[in-house]
Design a protein around this ligand. Structure first.
Ligand SMILES: Nc1ncnc2c1ncn2[C@@H]1O[C@H](COP(=O)(O)OP(=O)(O)OP(=O)(O)O)[C@@H](O)[C@H]1O
Ligand SMILES: O=C(O)[C@H](O)CO
Length: 421
């Protein structure tokens, strides 16, 4: 049933997604701070890479005063669409293949022989690490793909995973700036990494690396992954460091989970809600995240209508065989703990990409009644939760949030709304 609480929560969720719209973010940035005019004879190269490459390129082309000399967009096959004025090519994700290597080579070719009067505009979004690759000398593409498989299976967090990817790449960790020098590089970056470390997003092609080969090797040793690596990769990581300074670029963050949280807070206040708390690092195990939300709601109890906002990306240790996602599971866990929360409340957890895990839903929206509503259909919510079957549980109570793919991804947001009893 639609209630004002539901309307407000969905309004805020859509606000978060709209703030992360890749085309709008690029258009606004270039309107606010246009690129420096090109000197006579200068060439402008525009390269977009990531899952949002096409809309970011479309927006850039519409803002630039003249068509660039090169406009190349590299995206995942699902997002491949033609775009007038640009070449759009596919790389592979999450494990790079020959298409990713061809894309990486095309990028390096387009940056070769640039001069100081030339300009490079990079448009960077999540997924870039796998979509565009250029293996370091001595490392084959097959080795690189094998390392990616190992890293993905390890569950390492993205900052650490991308430290390793950088150490094996000519493009990552500032490689774009080195290839483009002496031309000036401007990068507009849409972050899918919590905390917005620019060195981690798409493995930081326009910023200094997260660390050196030694640091990458040490991490792989500590994590017990070293012995699984191809020999060529072990050799590459053991080779002496090359002194490689990264020329500075103008790196500009144009969207992120934090930006979307701020947009939601502003919208909630405009709608008359007291924003009692904004938590921007809801990461880690989903059960711990649920507890953190409960603790926050308890600490924030007030006589006023309140909005508590959260952002981040939790992890689910899959123990069962059901269907679900981290947002649906988090919502179900809050529904289970309903008697610990006072007042008339509602909780929404959703992925800003509109897809939570391998399901059609973006997440879940639960109230003090949801757990009982599931049970009233004859389903056993506790058993469904233990089997990671959050999708079936929430579906039974009409508690799924389904909005379709949004074309952006700044991780997950959670919205807790409460009216005092
Ligand atoms: N049945 C399930 N219940 C809960 N979580 C699940 C379930 N099945 C898969 N997951 C989780 O869903 C996650 C993958 O979902 P999703 O594709 O939304 O992630 P993502 O990080 O947004 O992916 P991408 O990086 O491609 O955007 C995995 O972390 C996995 O643990
Ligand atoms: O491409 C990547 O490395 C991830 O999506 C993080 O940006």
């Amino acid at each position: 049933m639609t209630t004002p609480l539901t309307d407000t929560a969905l309004d805020l969720f859509h606000t978060a997604i709209a703030r992360a719209d890749p085309a709008a973010a690029v258009a606004q940035q270039l309107a606010r701070a246009p690129l420096a005019p090109l000197p006579t004879g200068g060439r402008r190269i525009v390269i977009a890479v990531g899952k949002a490459a096409v809309p970011m390129m479309r927006a850039a082309l519409s803002q630039l005063p003249q068509p660039p000399a090169v406009a190349l967009a590299i995206t995942n096959p699902e997002n491949l669409t033609e775009l007038a004025g640009a070449q759009v090519i596919a790389g592979a994700h999450p494990v790079p293949d020959a298409s990713s290597a061809a894309a990486g080579q095309q990028v390096l070719d387009s940056l070769a022989d640039l001069r100081a009067e030339d300009q490079v505009l990079m448009l960077i979004s999540g997924g870039g690490s796998a979509l565009m690759v250029a293996p370091a000398p001595g490392v084959t593409l097959a080795d690189k793909a094998a390392v990616n498989e190992i890293l993905l299976a390890s569950g390492l967090e993205i900052n650490r995973m991308n430290l390793v990817r950088q150490a094996l790449s000519r493009l990552k960790g500032g490689g774009i700036c080195r290839a483009a020098a002496p031309a000036r590089v401007t990068a507009l970056i849409l972050s899918d990494v919590i905390g917005d470390d620019l060195r981690a997003i798409a493995s930081g092609p326009t910023v200094s690396p997260l660390g050196d080969r030694k640091a990458a090797a040490a991490l792989l040793q500590t994590e017990g992954l070293w012995d699984k690596l191809p020999v060529s990769v072990q050799q590459a990581l053991s080779a002496p460091e090359q002194q490689q300074d990264t020329p500075t670029a103008d790196n500009i963050l144009i969207g992120s989970n934090r930006f979307s949280l701020d947009a939601m807070a502003e919208r909630a206040r405009a709608l008359g809600w007291e924003v009692a708390s904004v938590v921007d690092d809801l990461t880690g195990d989903v059960a711990d995240a649920a507890q953190r939300i409960l603790d926050t709601t308890e600490a924030a109890a007030s006589a006023h209508p309140q909005a508590l906002l959260f952002g981040g990306e939790t992890t689910v240790r899959l123990a069962g065989t059901g269907r679900g996602g981290r947002n649906q599971e988090l919502a179900l866990r809050i529904a289970e703990a309903a008697d610990q929360i006072d007042g008339d409340w509602l909780f929404l957890s959703g992925g800003t990409d509109g897809r939570d895990g391998p399901t059609e839903a973006a997440g879940g929206i639960v109230t003090p009644q949801t757990w009982a509503d599931i049970a009233a259909t004859g389903a056993d919510p506790k058993a469904l939760l233990s089997n990671n079957d959050s999708n079936a549980a929430l579906k039974a109570a009409g508690a799924l949030v389904t909005i379709g793919g949004t074309g952006t991804n700044v991780a997950d947001v959670q919205i807790f709304l409460r009216r005092p009893a």
